[in-house]
Design a protein. Structure first.
Length: 98
């Protein structure tokens, strides 16, 4: 079962699997934590923009920060090449081609 998962994710070992999950966890957490203060810095709040627009902007910022941080966080963990390929796939799904 793990072999199928490793093949699907293009992962070669259990150590790499653990490192990849750690990078995903750190990146997701950081992107959510950075979006809130960034919105406050620019003065975007639910009071001024309404709930729907506020959350649309926040989700966009989270996605943007996630894409930027994914590669940066992967460097210290030695997974840059893996996440560079993951990044290309994610952006290709959003319509950005390289």
């Amino acid at each position: 079962m793990l072999n199928k998962l490793f093949a699907k994710l293009n992962i070669t070992s259990m150590n790499q699997f653990i490192l990849v999950n750690i990078v995903f966890a750190i990146t997701g957490t950081l992107s959510v934590l950075l979006a809130g203060p960034m919105l406050e810095f620019f003065g975007v709040a639910t009071d001024s923009y309404g709930g729907v627009i506020y959350w649309a902007i926040r989700i966009f910022l989270i996605f943007f920060f996630y894409q930027c941080l994914l590669v940066l966080v992967s460097i210290p963990f030695g997974q840059f090449a893996y996440f560079r390929d993951v990044q290309k796939k994610m952006l290709a799904r959003c319509g950005v081609r390289f």
